[in-house]
Design a binder for this molecule. Structure first.
Ligand SMILES: [Zn+2]
Length: 247
C-alpha cells in the first residue's frame, strides 16, 4: 500500500549513493519498455506472469498519479488475481461501479488501513470478521488504497462511501523487500506486499505465495534493468513461477 515518494538515490542494500551515471540520464526516460508488463525490455516480466485462485478478492482504489508510475505494484495483484478490480480515485466523483459493488450482498468489503487513529476505532475489525464473512457465504474483499501514505490517507478521509465499511488493519512483522522506491520505514509495505500478507492471513496461501514470488521477480527484473544488467538465469522466485506454470 502506501509508500514514500522519496527519490530513490541510495542503494537499499548498502545505503551507499547510487552510481554517478544516474546523474547523466533521467531515470526511466531512455529505456524501451515492454508494452505487456511496462518493464524495461531488457528484463521483461511477461514470461513469469502466473495466475492463482483465491477465496478473497482485492480491489484497488488507486490515486490518479499512481497509475502512471511504472514502479506501481498494484498491477502485479491484477496479473496474479484476474478477478481483482482497479478503480481510480477522484475526490469529487466516486466511481459508480465501485459504489454499486460496495452495496452488493455477495461481497464483504474491508478497507485496509492502520488502526492508529481514535476517531474510527469503532470500525476496526480483525481477521475473525473475514472468517465470519466466509461462513455467511460472502466473498471477503480487501480494499487497498493505492498511493503514497499521504495520498492513501486522503482517500480514506475524503471518500464518504468508505465511511460505513469495516477497517481491517494489517498487522505483520514483515519488512518491505521493495527495492524501487526508498521507504520511509522498513515497516511500510508496498501495495503488492500488503496484498500478499492479507491473502496469507486469510488462508489464501497459494495465492499469497504466487504473488510474493511475482513481486520478487518484478523487483529483481526492474532493479537489474536500472543497472543495465541482463538477468541470464531465473532467480529462485522466477523459477518457482515457471514451475507453477508447467504444473
Ligand atoms: Zn513484458
Amino acid at each position: 500500500m502506501p509508500h514514500s515518494d522519496d527519490a530513490f538515490d541510495h542503494d537499499p542494500a548498502t545505503g551507499h549513493p547510487r552510481p554517478a551515471r544516474r546523474e547523466f540520464k533521467a531515470r526511466g526516460s531512455f529505456v524501451e519498455r515492454c508494452p505487456g508488463c511496462n518493464l524495461p525490455v531488457l528484463n521483461c516480466l511477461c514470461p513469469f506472469k502466473t495466475t492463482a485462485q483465491s477465496e478473497a478478492e482485492v480491489w484497488l482504489i488507486t490515486h490518479p498519479l499512481e497509475h502512471l508510475k511504472p514502479t506501481n505494484t498494484g498491477r502485479l495483484i491484477v496479473d496474479v488475481l484476474p478477478a481483482s478490480k482497479v478503480f481510480t480515485w477522484y475526490r469529487t466523483a466516486p466511481d459508480d461501479t465501485l459504489l454499486a459493488l460496495l452495496n452488493d450482498e455477495r461481497y464483504a468489503p474491508f478497507v485496509i488501513f492502520p488502526d492508529d487513529q481514535p476517531d474510527y476505532a469503532d470500525r476496526v475489525v480483525g481477521g475473525e470478521a473475514v472468517e465470519e464473512a466466509k461462513r455467511e457465504g460472502k466473498t471477503p474483499v480487501y480494499i487497498l488504497l493505492d498511493g503514497t501514505w499521504r495520498q492513501a490517507r486522503r482517500i480514506f478521509r475524503k471518500s464518504a462511501y468508505l465511511d460505513s465499511l469495516p477497517v481491517l488493519p494489517l498487522h505483520t512483522t514483515r519488512e518491505t523487500r521493495y527495492r524501487l522506491r526508498k521507504p520511509a520505514s522498513k515497516a511500510h509495505l508496498c501495495t503488492a506486499e500488503v496484498a500478499v500478507e492479507l491473502l496469507r492471513a486469510g488462508g489464501d496461501t497459494t495465492a499469497a505465495e504466487v504473488l510474493d514470488d511475482y513481486f520478487d521477480a518484478f523487483n529483481e527484473s526492474y532493479a537489474a534493468s536500472r543497472f543495465y544488467a541482463k538477468i541470464d538465469s531465473p532467480s529462485p522466485a522466477m523459477q518457482r513461477l515457471l514451475d507453477r506454470q508447467k504444473a
